[in-house]
Design a protein around this ligand. Structure first.
Ligand code: HXC
Length: 510
């Protein structure tokens, strides 16, 4: 018997050695951890149960028959994060560059199937050179099997991708269909085709970093939901994110013990809004002062920073905060902000996470660049997302709510459940200056008359009371009581029962 047990240990050791000591050393020299080291950080101590450690590829072409490594370049299995079940796969770059063979794909599909069946999140760690070139169409088919499962799992279980090395070719589309992509700065890059192909096809000379680095994707393209400085930070932040998320759309998010008083007042908010309506202020102060212990997990902090999207908790339960940020582009809604917030709102709605929206928005960004970029369709994404959302929606207008952007930002008319305004709210078709210039064009040459008209407009519209008179605003609240009022509203909405008409699926403007 002993020799049988030894055989198992030997086989395990072989699989655990991955591509061998020299390649592991190379991996470390690049500032990257190995697949197994990463899983150790991601998962609770000793919780990892590995599957398919002995799987090998079955390719015989191009001398591949002699090149087998047990595990075949991906470590898969399940474990826990703060005691909650998650499924994982981690590409092992030390084994044929983490490239995807048919067997490798089948391993990933197995954990995808188990995650979906058992209602638990799946986290993929990417560090790979794309399709295993020697396997041809088997590798292409393997990718498509993974993609198909990504789509079926979308909206059922949270899917998270962490890019921790190269991620090119077939490897990019699975992360793209997951809920969140995080990247590691300086050591990861994500692109459909690398710099060599780009040079051949377009004659453009670019570096890996410029083409698909974390800085570019987290700030410019919006492909990544966030970027972190190294492997350890990225993995510990994913652990933190998991704490905010439900295991599936059948379960509630975990209840986190909170010592923050629900009735806590924040007098500092009474002076948050500057006297000059054109002066910015930091909306993050409001979001942090409302959330339990000020604890937030921001999604896309660098991209479309004119809108804030963040998970937080109220009375220990997860909520999704969406808030215009007057510090960036005056909090305007543009293409990037609309796309970013729409996707966040849809995630929250899919997973029954209530939405708390703070509004200070001067409207949609005008201009040829925005119109040519499709602002109408992109802005409509956010409108659509809020309108279709059936989760509890509590909205607070702090200052401007102008034009179409008033409608879009979880207004009463889009089935906002409880809509509050601060006394400083201004709810109007547009700001006073623009409005007077249009409706009193004939008086443009008379500064006194224009000043009087502007004052008249401000008196009428630069306040929340007309909207409150019509019932579009349920109450005008003191800024310091915002947390208390939002929490009380959410309590009343716990048993909210609202559904949309039956349909196969909607046709959100893509
Ligand atoms: C087989 C691969 C491989 C691949 C890397 N390797 N990519 N083996 N298929 N796709 C192997 C290398 O031969 C090498 O083996 C080891 O992995 C490490 O690779 P290096 O090139 O030495 O590493 P590095 O210099 O760090 O460069 C990493 C890299 C480069 C930039 C990712 O390997 C690369 O460009 N690979 C090819 C990328 C690519 O074109 N993939 C196909 C995309 S097409 P040894 O034995 O020397 O250690 C695609 C289509 C699918 O994916 C579409 C589905 C929708």
């Amino acid at each position: 018997m002993k020799h049988i047990l030894d055989e198992l240990e030997n086989r395990r050791a072989l699989a655990q050695a991955g591509g061998g000591a020299a390649r592991i050393e190379k991996q470390h020299a690049k500032g990257k951890l190995t697949a197994r080291e990463r899983l150790e950080i991601l998962l609770d101590d000793g919780s990892f149960e590995e599957y398919d450690m002995f799987v090998e590829h079955r390719c015989h072409d191009f001398g591949m028959a002699d090149k087998t490594v047990p595990g075949d370049g991906v470590v898969t299995g399940q474990g826990t994060i703060h005691g909650r079940l998650v499924y994982v796969f981690a590409k092992d770059f030390t084994v044929m560059g983490g490239s995807l063979s048919l067997s490798h794909a089948q391993k990933i599909c197995k954990v995808q199937d188990m995650a979906l069946k058992n209602g638990a999140p799946i986290i993929g760690l990417f560090d790979a050179g794309g399709a295993r070139i020697q396997e041809g169409v088997d590798a292409l088919g393997g990718y498509a099997e993974v993609f198909q499962r990504n789509v079926l799992a979308s909206g059922v279980i949270p899917q998270i991708s962490v890019i921790m090395g190269p991620c090119a070719g077939g490897d990019v589309y699975s992360p793209a269909m997951t809920d969140f992509i995080f990247m590691v700065r300086d050591t990861s890059y994500l692109y459909v085709t690398g710099p060599e192909v780009v040079k051949t096809v377009t004659n453009e000379v670019v570096t890996h970093e410029e083409l698909g680095g974390a800085k570019m994707h987290a700030k410019v393209s919006g492909v990544a939901e966030g970027a972190f400085d190294n492997d350890v930070e990225a993995l510990t932040q994913v652990r933190r994110l998991i704490n905010f998320l439900p295991a599936s759309n059948r379960e509630e998010p975990p209840h986190w013990p909170s010592f923050d008083e629900p009735e806590r007042l924040a007098p500092v908010l009474d002076t948050l809004i500057p006297a000059n309506p054109n002066m910015p202020y930091d909306m993050k102060e409001l979001v942090a002062s409302v959330a339990d212990e000020g604890d937030l997990f921001e999604i896309m902090p660098e991209f479309g920073a004119n809108i804030i999207t963040a998970f937080g908790r109220l009375e220990g339960k997860t909520v999704g905060f969406v808030a215009n940020q007057p510090m960036v582009l005056a909090g305007v809604l543009d293409i990037d902000a609309s796309k970013k917030a729409a996707r966040f709102v849809r995630f929250c709605d899919a997973f029954e996470i209530p939405l708390v929206t703070f509004v200070d928005v001067p409207g949609f960004l005008p201009g040829t660049k925005q119109e040519a970029g499709g602002l109408i369709k992109h802005g409509a994404k956010l409108l659509f997302a809020y309108a279709e959302a059936t989760v509890p929606k509590v909205t607070v207008i702090t200052r401007k709510a102008y034009g179409g952007a008033y409608d879009v930002m979880a207004s009463k008319h889009l089935r906002g459940d409880v809509n509050y305004a601060w006394p400083s709210a201004e709810i109007a078709v547009m700001g006073a200056k623009g409005a007077v210039e249009i409706i009193f064009r004939g008086e443009a040459g008379d500064p006194e008359k224009i000043a009087a008209r502007t004052k008249e407009y401000e008196d009428n519209f630069a306040n929340p009371f007309i909207a409150a008179q019509r019932g579009y605003i349920d109450d005008v609240i003191m800024p310091h009581s915002t947390r208390k009022r939002v929490i009380r509203s959410l309590r009343t909405l716990r048993n909210k029962n609202l559904s949309n008409p039956w349909k196969k699926h909607d046709n959100i403007p893509l």
